[in-house]
Every structure is written in C-alpha cells, then in structure tokens.
Design a protein around this ligand. Structure first.
Ligand code: PBG
Length: 332
C-alpha cells in the first residue's frame, strides 16, 4: 500500500495550530503600532479635557491638551494623528468661514503638534460639517447641498491646513471633483509634498452617531447626508469612486465605516493596490465599549480582533479611537 494513501486525511490543518510557536510561524497578517492613526477632537479654550459621553474614554481637548495627547502618542510609538474640530452652535455660520480661518482650533492644533513633534504625521479633516450652521458637509442652497461652490471652500480649507503644517489632507466631504481641485491648489501654492488621503468610499451610515455628538453636529444637522455619501447597498460604486479619486491625485484612500464594510476594503485593495485605510468609526467603537461595560464581551480581545480583521481585509492602516489602547497592548 502506498504510505501516503493513509486511511486518515493527508492534510490535517490542525497540525499548524498546535502550539503558539507554530501558530506564529504560519500567521499571515500582523498588526503593528505603525498601522494606527489616532483621531482626536480639538475644541476652544485652555486646559480642557472633557469626555464625550457616547464614546467612553474619548475626550475633547483644548489645543494645549492636544499637545499632551501627542506626547502620549509619541511615547506609545503612534506615528499618526488626525485632528477633528468640535464647534459649538455659536461658532457655526452659514458661510462656514471658520473652516479656513488660519487660526481656527484645528489649524492651531496642527501647528502645535508639528512644533513639538515634527516626526508625527498629522492628518486633517476637510469638510464643512463642523463649521456649518446646518451640520452638512457642503453649502446648502434652497435645501440642496451644492457641489462646486463647496469645492471652492474645501480648497481654501485645505490650503489653510497646509499652511498650518499638515502632512495629510483628509477630505471626508464626498463632493465631486474635490481631489483634483485640492491637488491642483496644493501644487500651485508650493505644497507638493502634502498628501491627500481621500475618503473615497464613505457611506451614509448610522454608525457616525456618536461622532456627531463629539463634534457638536448632532443638534445642528438637518436631514441626512444621502445625496452625497454612499448607499450602503453599493459596492461597484466604491470602486468607481476610488478609481476617480486616485486619478485626480489622491495618494491614499479610505473606506468608511470599517468593520461592516470589510468586503469593500478587500475589493479596493485587490483592484488598485493603493495604500488603503479603514475608519473604525465612532459607532463601532461605542458598541465595543458599551458591550464591554456590561461585561458581555472582553474589550481587549474584541478590540485586537477587530483591528486584525482590517489587516486581513487588505488595509494598510486603521483610523481608530482604540489607537492608544491598542498601542499599549502591542508594546506589551
Ligand atoms: C464628517 C465626518 C464624519 C465622520 C468623520 N468625518 C461624520 C459624518 O460624515 O457625518 C465620522 C467619524 C466617526 O463616526 O467616527 N465630515
């Protein structure tokens, strides 16, 4: 009898799972601190660190406290931070002029981090929602979110961030044509090294709820964002958006939300091979926190498993509120 024709399966996949050392040998993906981008919320004032109720463990910080957060990131080996401004209703206007004010608190936070920690890559958010009286990412005229006038404002906003010293511009607005317009303006103004991470496949998602509390947009938002953010039912459209944004000059692309859209991450990575990121958004974070607070899941293990899932799906990196906690674990 041929010895390889044993009565049992020749391939026993359990063999390579038998010990931690063997599992480490055959492990296909790894999560590293360098994969993490930490989103932080900046607000006006000084010496302020106020908790965001729907996002346990997440703070809104004044600029000086953002610098403390950058020191924490630096100590943990986190190499990238993303700045989101919180604006009270009294700071919001119809013309959204705060969005490109050179000294708005987002721009001051960008400069403050770059002054102290020049090696940290600082990413911005480009969209009007945090400055808009009605909470939309674009200008509203007669109830319609207008595209081209919004793009002109997004260009001004991006240039103000570039002047503040941002490394990576993050347009999260979903207007058409904004990547080409921003890229062109950056080149023309001598900011050719500033990168663009386009929120290319951004869905109209209920998972953003806690974020809108964090940035003060919940009370402000009128209606929904379905005329510019994607329909959760669509997948081919995500590839068209990514192709379009890469052709307009995006250096990196984002899929958002993350975990419910891992299929999109994989399709994007396979189709383009471009640097691909996922945003593990506020609602994803809040769900893990809430379940853990009830003692229903193991927070650390669920956190690490969810982050590894992004790597397995083809993502190069993850924007996540868990960044410091995950970095702490990864550092042992
Ligand atoms: C808005 C923006 C949103 C998020 C990031 N940028 C919310 C929205 O589109 O309404 C959500 C992030 C999160 O939920 O963590 N430009």
């Amino acid at each position: 009898m041929n010895p390889v024709q044993a009565p049992y399966p020749a391939t026993r996949l359990r063999r390579t799972r038998v010990t931690p050392a063997v599992r480490a040998l055959v492990r296909e993906n790894a999560l590293e601190v360098g994969d993490l981008i930490w989103p932080v919320f900046v607000r006006s004032g000084e010496g302020i660190e106020e908790p965001v109720p729907s996002m346990p463990g997440v703070m809104r910080r004044s600029v000086d406290k953002i610098v403390d957060a950058a020191a924490e990131a630096d100590a943990l080996g986190i190499g990238a931070m993303c700045i989101f401004p919180y604006t009270g209703i009294e700071e919001r206007t119809e013309d959204c002029a705060g969005a490109w004010a050179p000294d708005n608190h987002a721009n001051r936070a960008i400069s403050a981090i770059k002054d102290r920690f020049p090696h940290i890559a600082v990413m911005s958010d480009v969209a009007l929602d945090t400055y808009n009286i009605n909470g939309h990412d674009g200008f509203v005229e007669d109830g319609i979110i207008v595209n081209d006038r919004t793009v002109e404002a997004l260009v001004k906003m991006s240039l103000s961030q570039a002047v503040a010293g941002v490394d990576i511009i993050g347009p999260s607005d979903m207007m058409d044509g904004r990547i080409a317009a921003i890229r062109g303006a950056l080149e023309a103004q001598g900011h050719s090294d500033v990168m663009i991470l386009s929120y290319a496949a951004k869905y109209a998602s209920a998972f953003y709820g806690p974020f809108r509390d964090a940035v003060g947009a919940s009370g402000a938002l009128t209606g929904d964002k379905k005329t510019y953010q994607m329909d959760p039912a669509n997948s081919d459209e995500a590839l068209r958006l990514v192709a379009r944004d890469l052709s307009e000059g995006a250096d990196m692309v984002m899929v958002k939300p993350g975990q419910p859209y891992l299929d999109i991450c994989r399709r994007v990575k396979d189709a383009f091979g471009a640097p691909t990121f996922a945003y593990q958004v506020s609602g994803e974070y809040a769900m893990v926190k809430a379940a853990a607070q009830n003692g229903w899941i193991d927070e650390e293990r669920v956190m690490m498993e969810s982050l590894m899932a992004f790597k397995r799906a083809g993502c190069d990196g993850i924007l996540t509120y868990f960044a410091p906690a995950a970095a702490r674990l990864l550092q042992g």
